[in-house]
Ligand binder design. Structure first.
Ligand code: GDP
Ligand code: MN
Length: 381
């Protein structure tokens, strides 16, 4: 789950990280009122869960409350990368001397968190990694020891931060690491962390991604989820307890079990195709769940064929087949489907599907090849 900038910065502030004064507004009038409270120049920032807002014109300076009203009106009417802007953050404007990058994420290969810093802040860190990798400093953190002060100092030295800012930088790095841990985040990022002309450090932008698997215990954070900002298919999937991630191929996948879903996606690629999504329907795939999953998959216009790969363990294959058939009564579609069923009562399951003229397969490779062939037919037709 991604948090908005205004939410992330609030969490940062709770861990002692200095942020500009300011608040979120949902109307231009509120934005004006905030600008009045702040006296002086403000920055009006679109709150959408995508990067590059600055370049898209979603971040603008206002010299007066009237101007803040006007700019907020314009920004609230914008769409950024397809996302309508529904909220803005109005912050006291900062006088920037230079911009730093500071972030922490999980390094799976190293099996521990890694803190990343760069003197080339403001732009995307991926961009810096591509064009100027030497400008990025990394430090791995032992999760049992936490971020040690010497490590933060080491980062400060690596990015050639002037000494007078080290104390503040170390506190911010430790605050960021603490926020990352306390929130069960998979990413906590300040970009830019600025050195102001008044020679203080200030977190101007904030981004946090919270591990969805922790939301059961992060109840306060779970409430911060902005449903407006989610792809509707993903909210829908969560409602039914499905795990759905949209990808950019054209073969929809419906699979029970995350590992099997991964394997299915791999085999689709082996067969020369591309998966349109990851979807784990979980155990006990009854008709309702299958129908919901099918609807979600088909809501993606790119899908030209659907591959259902179900292993009938506890749930019997004939039951799954009935579920699929009932689901197809609820969801009418012309998109062709290939079903691979294995496990308890598989013959009976396949027979039920074949009766309804559905394409079935016994091996996963066969199923993937059939699905790929169906997408090709579609293109040829
Ligand atoms: P992003 O483009 O979505 O990452 O949004 P950011 O919040 O990082 O802002 C992008 C850029 O706008 C920053 O790198 C700054 O250069 C600039 N910016 C943001 N806030 C202020 C501000 O208060 N004053 C000034 N002068 N520039 C700002
Ligand atoms: Mn930024």
């Amino acid at each position: 789950m991604k948090l908005h900038e205004y939410q992330s910065k609030q969490l940062f502030a709770q861990h002692g990280i200095p942020i500009p004064r300011g608040r979120m507004a949902m109307t231009a009038a509120e934005a004006k009122a905030i600008a009045e409270e702040l006296h002086g120049r403000v920055v009006v920032k679109a709150q959408v869960l995508v990067g590059g807002r600055g370049k898209a014109g979603g971040i603008r300076l206002a010299n007066s409350p009237e101007e803040a009203l006007e700019i907020a009106t314009q920004i609230l009417a914008m769409q950024i990368k397809g996302f309508p802007v529904r909220k803005v953050l109005v912050d006291e404007a900062a006088n920037i001397q230079s911009e730093i990058y500071l972030g922490v994420t999980n390094d799976r290969a190293a099996r521990r968190p890694v803190m990343i810093a760069s003197a080339e802040g403001g732009i995307e860190i991926e961009e810096v990694a591509r064009t100027n990798p030497a400008k990025i400093a990394r430090i791995h953190v032992d999760p049992l020891l936490g971020l040690r002060e010497y490590q933060a100092r080491d980062l400060a030295a690596s990015i050639e931060l002037p000494r007078e800012h080290w104390r503040s930088f170390i506190d911010i790095a430790r605050g960021l690491y603490a926020a990352y841990c306390a929130c069960d985040a998979t990413l906590a990022e300040i970009n830019p962390l600025v050195i102001t002309k008044a020679q203080t450090l200030l977190a101007l932008d904030g981004k946090m991604v919270i591990d969805d698997n922790s939301l059961f215990r992060q109840t306060k954070l779970a409430e911060m989820r902005d449903l407006d900002e989610e792809a509707p298919a993903e909210s829908e999937a969560r409602k039914y307890g499905l795990t759905y991630i949209k990808l950019d191929g054209n073969i929809g996948c419906m699979v029970n079990g995350a590992g099997l879903a991964m394997a299915t996606m791999d085999v689709i690629k082996v067969a020369g195709g591309n998966p349109a999504n990851f979807l784990d329907i979980g155990g006990g795939a009854g008709a309702d769940k299958v129908a919901a999953a099918l609807e979600i998959i088909l809501s993606d216009r790119a899908v030209k064929a659907v591959l259902l790969n179900v292993f009938g363990g506890i749930t019997r294959c004939d039951e799954v087949a009935r579920g699929i058939l009932r689901a197809l009564e609820q969801v009418s579609t012309k998109v062709p489907m290939v079903v691979r069923l294995v496990g308890t009562n598989e013959e009976e399951g396949r027979r039920l599907l074949a009766e309804k003229k559905m394409t079935t397969a016994t091996s996963l490779l066969e199923a993937a090849e059939k699905a790929v062939a169906l997408t090709r037919q579609e293109v040829a037709a």
